[in-house]
Design a binder for this molecule. Sequence first.
Ligand code: SAM
Length: 278
Amino acid sequence: MNLRNIYYSLSPKSRFLVRKLYYYPVDILDKIQGRKHKYVPNKGDIFIGSGDFIAQGKHHLELLKKYAGLKENHTVLDIGCGIGRAAVSLTQYLSKEGKYEGFDVVEKGILWCEKHISADFPNFNFQYIPLNNDLYHFTEDKAENFIFPYEDNSFDTIFLFSVFTHMQPLEVQNYLNEIYRVLKPNGKCLATYFLYNNEIENKISNKENKINFPYTRENYRLMNEKVPSANIAFKETYLDEMIERSHLKLENKIYGRWSKRTCEGLFDFQDILVFKKE
Ligand SMILES: C[S@@+](CC[C@H](N)C(=O)[O-])C[C@H]1O[C@@H](n2cnc3c(N)ncnc32)[C@H](O)[C@@H]1O
């Protein structure tokens, strides 16, 4: 059993605790030495992935401006906002006319965002929505039936960074339908995925990729059988069908480096898709 599998064998709460304990000495040292940035959580609390918190957030903002046409006065929705990585960078971009809404299934992320972001930026609002996700939060309530708590046609821009990479097919379909409902006409949504076709299935079988999905299901592949939401890759044609059912129009697809596709201009790590409500 490798370290990643041991980590996944823990409950979501235990995973958070392990992380907190592992980084406790670093966090204490940062605090004592005054290295703490006001809008960066302690390392032990950052449950959304590794990398430079501020630099990643800025990168997300650049992607939104470049591919989703984000403007300063937009009303935006950050689905699976985690612990505010994109929100922190958006505080430096959205104007007072702009409005930010974010929701997530992990309460500690939302509490941090309310305390550190909403307190200083009242046009930033966060909601804790306790839905089941076997990587992040155990509960009865299912994301596949969840109705977003927003009116129809509310948002200019919606985004999901590394969220559909942790959600099951019925959940993704429901979220795409809901995104269509709450987007304004001509509004755009940017979301990241792991997508595969036959070429990539061969690479997966040959273990050529850094991130692997060895468990095959009919239209998707899993990284870990016991924790299906640990990471999930979708068959590209299957996702196309889901998009069509949602009535969203696919506007752009920028393949990522994860899959080592034989094509030009591989860009981010994950695949980036941009949808439009026409
Ligand atoms: C890899 S993290 C990315 C967080 C954030 N988007 C970012 O880039 O910093 C995945 C996030 O998706 C959230 N998530 C998982 N299932 C969800 C669901 N059904 N609805 C909303 N958020 C969900 C998790 O709690 C977690 O915060």
